[in-house]
Design a protein around this ligand. Structure first.
Ligand code: SIN
Ligand code: FE2
Length: 219
């Protein structure tokens, strides 16, 4: 199968659906069988838009490197956090969302109870050992009725899963490994979440990094 083709719903690993909170589930190993094709699609995106460490509105450079595909890309610089249709550095539109990404996001969302999910943005994050993502809410999307679908590839990570109410609520620590998918929407859509500093390691497909894809309905 090439990455241009759609995955069929029955291709995905039928996992036990592990509830995390109302509207949030963990699908262990959901895309393990598709990982090589997904990583090939990631490489094609990176060839067009290289990994970059963006600057926060406060002027700090993020430790996690990012790239983007879809009609909208989440972006950050001194002007703020926002979705943009074109790369502010080059003026070019983002690479289109690969069909394989669309089908996996739709299948994972359906598994979590969100039918007819059509994301328009995918943020790709690359974590090297020692990098982390502090607790935050994904709240720059116009459509908060649609869930977030998050795919883990490469090195394992500790996902920090908080509550929608308060950043200060102690998050659960959930180990995510290659092929795992987390979906959060509905009452959990604004849950605080983050990633603990990545441990050292080498993964056979990604080397010394973890790659995360998050799908969003942004526009
Ligand atoms: C994110 O919150 O954008 C990424 C979460 C992750 O890397 O698991
Ligand atoms: Fe996030």
């Amino acid at each position: 199968m090439t990455t241009a083709e759609l995955f069929a719903a029955e291709d995905f690993n039928e996992p036990p659906v592990e509830p995390l909170a109302p509207g949030a589930v963990l699908l262990r190993g959901f895309v393990r069988a598709q990982a090589s094709e997904l990583l090939a699609a990631v490489e094609a995106i990176v060839a067009e838009v290289p990994w970059r460490r963006l600057v926060t509105p406060g002027g700090q450079r993020m430790s996690v490197a990012m790239t983007h595909c879809g009609t909208l890309g989440w972006f950050s610089d001194r002007r703020g956090y926002r979705y943009v249709a074109a790369d502010p550095h080059t003026g070019r539109t983002w690479p289109p969302m690969p069909a394989a990404f669309m089908s996996l996001a739709g299948a994972a969302a359906a598994e979590a109870g969100f039918a007819a999910y059509v994301p328009d943005a995918c943020l790709l994050n690359r974590y090297e050992p020692g990098t982390r993502l502090s607790l935050h809410q994904d709240r720059d999307e116009r459509d908060l009725g649609a869930p977030i679908v998050s795919v883990s590839l490469g090195l394992p990570a500790v996902f920090l899963w908080g509550t929608p109410q308060r950043r200060s609520d102690t998050p659960r620590r959930i180990r995510l490994v290659h092929g795992d998918v987390v979906v959060w929407g509905g009452p959990s859509r604004l849950a605080f979440h983050g990633v603990a500093p990545l441990a050292q390691g080498v993964h056979e497909l990604t080397g010394a990094c973890r790659i995360n894809l998050t799908f969003r309905r942004a526009g």
